[in-house]
Design a binder for this molecule. Structure first.
Ligand code: AMP
Ligand code: MG
Length: 383
C-alpha cells in the first residue's frame, strides 16, 4: 500500500481499475450526458450536396446581372436541378440543392438583379467529410455532439454501461434527517451528496442505511455491496481514530492500494479492493468527502465536463495553503471584465454551508498561500 500519494499518483492507481469498461449500443435519444465508448466516424459528407444558405436566386456569376430571367424554383428536398443556361436564374430556397453550373447566389433582399456572391453556397463536405472522425472515444454526449452524430447518419451510439455504485455512510453518531436528534447525534448528510454526485456522474447509486462503527456489521455490508455493485464508496472511518474501522478492515482483510492523499480538505481517503470490487473510503467530513469525490472519483468514474471547468481567477481574499498538500479552499467566482474569487464563510471541512455559499474550489499548489491580487487556478463547479 502506498501512503501519502499525490493526487496525480492516486488517479494513476485508480485508472488501473477502470470502472468504464462494459459498453452498450443505445439510441441517440437516450444518450444525453453518456460517454461514448468508441470513436464515431462520419457515414456521409455533410452537407451531402452543394446547397443554398439563403433564399434568393442561383445564377452564373459571369452573366450580366441586368438580364437575368427567373425560369423556375428549387425547394429544400428537391432533387438537384438541371444546369442553368446562360442568362437564366433559378429561384432557390435555403437548403435547396444548387444547379451543377451555378457558381453564385443572389439574396432575395437584393432583388434578381442584385450582387451575386459565392459565399452563400454551402459546399458538399465542408462541415465534415465521409470517413472523417466525428467524435473521439470517451467524449461526453452533449446536445451538440448528439446532433453531429445524427447529421452524419448515426441513429445509435456505443456508450459505457452505467456502473452501479454502493454508498455506505458509517458512524455511531449518524441519524437520518426527519428523526429526532438525540444527545451526541448528528444528521447524516453525506449519502445525499454522494448519491446525487454519482447520478450526475452517469452511474447508478445504491445507498445503504448508515452503519455503526462495528467491525462485523461493516464487514457484512462490504461483502454484500461487493457482490451487488461495481464500486463501493464509504464515508467516515478512514482516519486515525480508534474506531476508524473502514481503514482497519481494508488494510487487514482487503487489498489496500493507497491511503492518504496530499490534499486539503480530504487528506485521509483509502483505496483498495474488497472481494474483487474496488472500494474508496472517503473521510466523513461533508466538505472533505465532496472535494475528494470531485478530484478523485469524477475523472475515474465520469467526465469532468459534467462537474466543473478549470479557470484562472483574480483573488480578492487571502487563502491559506498547506505544506505539501494541494489546497481546495471554497471560493465564490464573480464574472466581471475578468473572473474574481473571494471567500464568504469559514472554511472548516465540517461546514457544508461553505459549499453552498461558494461555487468554486481553489487549486493552491503545495506550500503556497493565495494573496489578494494573485491569479490562481480554480475549479468552477456547475450547480
Ligand atoms: P470520520 O471520518 O468518521 O472521522 O468523521 C469525520 C467527521 O465527519 C465527524 O465529525 C463525523 O461526525 C462527520 N461525519 C461522518 N460521516 C458523516 C455523514 N455521513 N454525514 C455527516 N457528517 C458525517
Ligand atoms: Mg467516524
Amino acid at each position: 500500500m502506498e501512503e501519502n500519494v499525490t493526487i496525480d499518483r492516486a488517479l494513476e492507481i485508480l485508472s488501473e481499475y477502470p470502472l468504464l469498461s462494459k459498453t452498450e449500443e443505445i439510441p441517440l435519444f437516450e444518450a444525453h450526458n453518456r460517454i461514448s465508448a468508441r470513436q464515431m466516424i462520419s457515414l456521409v459528407d455533410n452537407p451531402p450536396f452543394d446547397n443554398s444558405s439563403i433564399d434568393g436566386w442561383a445564377v452564373i456569376a459571369s452573366d450580366d446581372p441586368n438580364k437575368r430571367v427567373e425560369i423556375s424554383s428549387i425547394f429544400a428536398g428537391d432533387k438537384t436541378p438541371p444546369p442553368l443556361s446562360s442568362g437564366d436564374a433559378f429561384r432557390i430556397m435555403t437548403g435547396a440543392p444548387i444547379p451543377k453550373n451555378a457558381d453564385a447566389l443572389v439574396m432575395v433582399e437584393d432583388g434578381i438583379n442584385g450582387q451575386a456572391r459565392n459565399n452563400f453556397i454551402r459546399f458538399k463536405g465542408e462541415n465534415i467529410s465521409k470517413g472523417e472522425i466525428a467524435l473521439k472515444q470517451s467524449s461526453l454526449l452533449t446536445p451538440a455532439s448528439l446532433a453531429l452524430l445524427a447529421s452524419v447518419g448515426h441513429s445509435t451510439v456505443s456508450v459505457f454501461t452505467k456502473p452501479i455504485v454502493s454508498i455506505i455512510p458509517t458512524g455511531n453518531e449518524l441519524i437520518s434527517p426527519g428523526k429526532e436528534l438525540l444527545d451526541g447525534q448528528i444528521y447524516e448528510s453525506n449519502s445525499i451528496t454522494l448519491s446525487t454526485l454519482v447520478k450526475r456522474a452517469g452511474a447508478i447509486p445504491s445507498v445503504v442505511d448508515s452503519i455503526k462503527d462495528e467491525l462485523n456489521d461493516l464487514r457484512d455490508t462490504l461483502d454484500y455491496c461487493a457482490s451487488t455493485s461495481d464500486l463501493i464508496i464509504t464515508s467516515g472511518g478512514v482516519s486515525m481514530g480508534d474506531r476508524d474501522y473502514i481503514r482497519k478492515l481494508l488494510i487487514e482483510e482487503g487489498t489496500p492500494l493507497f491511503w492518504k492523499v496530499k490534499m486539503r480538505p480530504g487528506g485521509p481517503p483509502i483505496f483498495g479492493i474488497w472481494k474483487d470490487t474496488p472500494i474508496i473510503g472517503l473521510p466523513g467530513n461533508p466538505v472533505s468527502s465532496y472535494v475528494v469525490f470531485l478530484n478523485l472519483i469524477v475523472p475515474w468514474l465520469s467526465h469532468p465536463d459534467l462537474f466543473y471547468k478549470k479557470i484562472r481567477a483574480h483573488l480578492q481574499s487571502q487563502l491559506k495553503g498547506a505544506p505539501e498538500k494541494t489546497t481546495f479552499r471554497r471560493i465564490k467566482i464573480e464574472s466581471k471584465d475578468q473572473l474574481f474569487a473571494s471567500t464568504h464563510t469559514h472554511q472548516g471541512s465540517g461546514n457544508i454551508k461553505s459549499m453552498v455559499a461558494h461555487d468554486a474550489l481553489s487549486i493552491l499548489p503545495p506550500n503556497t498561500n493565495g494573496e489578494v491580487g494573485d491569479i490562481i487556478d480554480a475549479l468552477w463547479l456547475f450547480d
